[in-house]
Design a protein around this ligand. Sequence first.
Ligand code: SAH
Ligand code: SF4
Ligand code: F3S
Length: 438
Amino acid sequence: MPKFYKIITYGCQMNIHDSEKLAGMLALRGYVENDDESLCDVIVFNTCCIRENAEDHAFGNIGALKQLKKRKPSLIIAVGGCMAQQAGEAEIIREKFPFVDIIFGTHNLDEFGILLDRKLSSNKKIVEIKDESGKIIEGVKPLRTSYPNAWVSIMQGCNNFCTYCIVPYVRGRERSRELMNIYAEVNVLVMSGYKEITLLGQNVNSYGKDLGDGTDFATLIEKLSEIKGDYRLRFMTNHPKDLTEKLINAVAKNEHCCHQIHLPLQSGSDRILKLMNRHYDSADYLREIEMIKKYMPDCAVSTDLMIGFPSETEEDFLDTLKMCEKVGFSSCFTFVYSRRRGTPADKMPDQVPDDVKKDRIMRLVECTNEKTRQFSSRYVGKTVRILCEDIDKKKNMYIGRDEYGRMGYFPSSRNVIGEFVDMKVTSANGISLFGEIE
Ligand code: SAH
Ligand code: SF4
Ligand code: F3S
């Protein structure tokens, strides 16, 4: 009988990729993935703390395992990731959930396998959180489960300290991987048939600053253009304060780069952007949009928007709506500001009341949905190149994405997962396009 594991992941793409690394360490020790928790020998929670609801979610799900652990004492439950990394949080987890066996943070995620070995040989509870990690450890082999897509982490951490955000406190300072290590990883992925590579970092366009040899993100994009093959290249996330013309030029020149840029605006109000410590204003942002369109007129720009930051007035909020109208984002992720312990914004006066936040998020979502719909409706009647990723069993259709990030659904008599197909768009709904392939 094989040993089974399940990893429950919360949060961003980087965390999802971290879970692939955890899966790699478990696979190396002979574990096989199984969705049925009652059959598992190891269950890992890879947590997030970006907003309160992400934490609540994890707490609820960890608590739900109490009975299972009682019935099956040999089950190992581990809690790691950003939530566990927060100051004092390991103690809280330990007290609230005494049945948890291993608690680890973001800075020692790469050592999870060793912690597990230790737990198995000693049967002692393990709580290990490191304050800061050193250089990035190479060689942890992720177990990739998202063919034809593959994620490649190019850097860790964040130096920006946006006043609302917890990430710099739980992910540490920016650390870039060596350019040739990234090149080698992408090259091997393309050679082994992956069709879409997404470069990941909290702030990819500040890549290389810490390497001290003049390497920047544009250098990396140029270097990667040497890798031949039929594949797409994406990257996320970009910070507007570091978006250079050199980078946009490099992206436009690299034929593999998708013409899609995720550029979080957060707020349309200059006053709020300043309080957020974002280092750009709405005019800078609009200039960047112009620059992107100069090099790539068809480029889709998506964004993150937040409402309810401390002291946000109706006027500030209307500035966000105005930017939404002006820029015409291809899609938006919208968030309600959530107080995070230890961040400067948590201590700011004038926290926005919940009912005001509720009203604003509803109005924002109405506006962004309309923009998304308008962007999609332009597709109807056109043919788009879709990379087929999966099959949607409920809809009984194949599913994939075009280079601008739109989801495409279509029927097919043969399995086309991992192939690029031309889809004639017959209808659109939100971010989804429906159509037929030849
Ligand atoms: N590094 C990226 C994204 C980080 S988190 C960037 O700088 O854009 C993803 C999004 O979560 C952010 O863009 C922001 O909109 C949102 N977010 C971060 N902290 C938040 C908080 N305290 N409350 C609500 N949303 C938050
Ligand atoms: Fe958070 Fe700002 Fe860093 Fe993004 S850039 S992770 S929002 S501190
Ligand atoms: Fe969450 Fe950590 Fe990502 S806080 S959003 S999992 S970097």
